[in-house]
Ligand binder design. Structure first.
Ligand code: AMP
Ligand code: ZN
Length: 458
C-alpha cells in the first residue's frame, strides 16, 4: 500500500484507505493562467490518485476554484492582506471579475486535461459556496472560536485552538507580533488571529448577518472540504508554501468546528524552480503549458519531467530537461507501438512489481522510471511482455504511451532494402551513393533524414 510523507506527523506514513479514499487539493486562484509550477502540485494529486486506484481504492477528490478572497500580499507568508487578486487583475484588464475568473478556470481545466489529470469529482467555486462559509463562520462564532468586530469583520480567535502550528511548526507562542511590517491590527484580540469575513462593498461581496463583505481565503477551503468530503477525510494536498498560514488556519477552523481532527494526512509538494528561483508570477519566471506546446513539445513531456524528480525535492526546470523528456515520451510511444506488433506475452510481473513498489515508497517516481528504462533495454524480456508492462504502468504514468499503436509505419516494397543499402553507403562514407538512394526512396514516398542517431524515415 502507498506510504507517503505526512507533513504534520513529520514521517512517512501508510495510507490505510480501505476501499475508498477522500482527498482535498487546494485549487487554483483563477486570475491568471496557471504556470507549470502550479501544475506540478496538481500532477502530485493526480499521481496519488492513480497509485491508489491501481490498488483498487475508489478515490473521491475535491479541488476547489478560488475565484474570490485570495488577497495579494508582498510578504513571504502569502496572501493575508492586500487586494483581491481576481478583482485587481479584472480592473487592470477592464473585464468583469467573474468573466476573468471563468476564462482562467477554463484554461486551467484545459491544461489539466492536457496533462492527463483525472478530473476531481467535486470542483466547487468559492464564489458559489458563500452560504457554506457563512454557515461555518456562524458556527465558529457560536462556539466561541470566532468573534465579530464593529466594522463587520469576523476573526478566528487563534488562542482557542491550542494545537495551532502542528503542520508547519509555527506555534502560536512563537509567532511574533507584527512580524509583518505593518503594526498589529487593533481590531484583533491576538496578533495571530485571522479574518474569516472582511467588510467590503462592490463587486464580489455578499450580505451576511455581520454585514456586507467577502470571505477570507482560508475559510473557503474549510467550508468546501467539510461539505464535499465530510468531517473526516484522508488526504489534504497543496504546494509547500500553503503549509503556513493557509493550512494551519484551515486546520484550526475545520477541527474547531468539527470538534476533532478532520484531515488524516497533510501532504505537500515542493516547489518548481526556474532559473534557480521559485516559479511565480511575481518573480517573472513563469512558463505556461502553452509555451511548452509553442516550442513544439508534447505537454506530457512536462508530466514526465516532473516524474523524473521526487515530489518532495525542489526541481529546477530547464528547456533542456523538457526537450529530453519529450524525446523519451516519443521514443517510448514508438517502442510500445513496435512491441505491440510482436507475439503477445504476459506482462513481466517482476518489473511491474518493482515499479509499483517504487510508487508505493513515498512516490519514488525517479526509481520507477529507472526501472522502466532497464526494462526497455532488457533483451531477456520478450517484446510482447514489454508492451504489456509499459501499458499496464501507463495507468499511473499517464503518458499516453499507446497512442502510436496501429500507426506503425509500413514501408513500401523494396524500400527496406534501399534503406539498408543507404545505411551501408553512409557507413562507407559514400555520399554520392547515399544521395542517390535517398532520391530513389523519395520516389517510393519515403522521406529520409539523418540524425545523430542515424537515418530515420517517414
Ligand atoms: P495558486 O493558484 O496561487 O492558489 O496556487 C495553486 C497551487 O500551486 C498551490 O498549491 C501552490 O502551493 C502551488 N504552487 C505555486 N507556485 C508553485 C511552484 N513554483 N511550484 C510548485 N507549486 C507551486
Ligand atoms: Zn486551500
Amino acid at each position: 500500500m502507498l506510504r507517503i510523507y505526512d507533513t504534520r506527523a513529520r514521517q512517512v506514513e501508510r495510507i490505510d484507505a480501505g476501499r475508498a479514499l477522500r482527498m482535498y487539493t487546494c485549487g487554483p486562484t483563477v486570475y491568471r493562467h496557471a504556470h507549470v509550477g502550479n501544475l506540478r502540485t496538481y500532477v502530485l494529486s493526480d499521481l496519488i490518485r492513480r497509485v491508489l486506484e491501481r490498488r483498487r481504492v475508489r478515490v473521491v477528490a475535491c479541488q476547489n476554484i478560488t475565484d474570490v478572497g485570495h488577497l495579494a500580499d508582498s510578504s513571504a507568508e502569502g496572501a493575508a492582506e492586500g487586494e483581491d487578486k481576481v478583482l485587481a487583475q479584472a480592473r487592470a484588464e477592464g473585464r468583469s471579475p467573474l468573466e476573468l475568473a471563468r476564462f482562467h478556470e477554463e484554461s486551467f481545466v484545459a491544461d489539466a486535461s492536457a496533462l492527463n489529470l483525472r478530473p476531481p469529482e467535486h470542483m466547487p467555486r468559492a464564489s458559489e459556496s458563500i452560504d457554506l462559509m457563512v454557515e461555518l463562520i456562524a458556527k465558529l462564532i457560536e462556539q466561541g472560536h470566532a468573534y465579530t468586530v464593529p466594522d463587520g469583520s469576523v476573526f478566528f480567535d487563534a488562542r482557542t485552538f491550542p494545537s495551532y502550528g502542528e503542520i508547519s511548526g509555527n506555534r502560536l507562542d512563537a509567532l511574533r507580533p507584527a512580524h509583518r511590517i505593518e503594526a498589529v491590527d487593533p481590531r484583533k484580540r491576538f496578533h495571530a488571529d485571522w479574518a474569516l469575513w472582511k467588510p467590503a462593498e462592490g463587486e464580489l461581496t455578499w450580505d451576511t448577518p455581520w454585514g456586507r463583505g467577502f470571505p477570507g481565503w482560508h475559510v473557503e477551503c474549510s467550508a468546501m472540504s467539510l461539505r464535499f468530503l465530510g468531517s473526516r477525510f484522508d488526504l489534504h494536498l497543496g504546494g509547500i508554501d500553503l503549509r503556513f498560514p493557509h493550512h494551519e488556519d484551515e486546520r484550526a477552523q475545520s477541527d474547531a468546528a468539527a470538534g476533532h481532527e478532520v484531515v488524516r494526512h497533510w501532504v505537500h509538494g515542493e516547489h518548481l524552480l526556474f532559473d534557480g528561483r521559485k516559479m511565480a508570477k511575481s518573480t517573472g519566471n513563469v512558463v505556461l503549458l502553452s509555451d511548452v506546446v509553442t516550442e513544439g513539445l508534447d505537454p506530457l513531456a512536462v508530466r514526465l519531467a516532473f516524474l523524473e524528480h521526487r515530489y518532495r525535492q525542489q526541481m529546477n526546470l530547464t528547456w533542456d530537461t523538457l526537450r529530453a523528456a519529450d524525446r523519451t515520451v516519443r521514443r517510448w510511444r514508438a517502442r510500445v507501438a513496435e512491441w505491440s506488433e510482436s507475439v503477445s506475452a504476459p506482462l513481466s510481473k517482476d518489473y511491474a512489481d518493482r515499479v509499483e513498489a517504487a510508487f508505493d515508497d513515498d512516490l519514488d517516481t525517479p526509481a520507477a522510471l529507472r526501472i522502466l528504462r532497464e526494462l526497455e533495454r532488457d533483451d531477456s524480456v520478450a517484446p510482447g511482455a514489454k508492451f504489456e508492462t509499459f501499458l499496464h504502468l501507463d495507468q499511473v504514468l499517464a503518458l499516453d504511451l499507446s497512442i502510436e499503436i496501429g500507426k506503425a509505419k509500413v514501408l513500401p516494397p523494396g524500400a527496406g532494402e534501399l534503406l539498408e543499402a543507404r545505411e551501408r553507403a553512409r557507413e562507407a562514407k559514400d555520399w554520392p551513393a547515399s544521395d542517390r538512394l535517398r532520391d530513389k526512396l523519395a520516389d517510393l514516398g519515403v522521406r529520409v533524414s539523418d540524425t545523430s542517431e542515424g537515418q530515420t524515415w517517414e
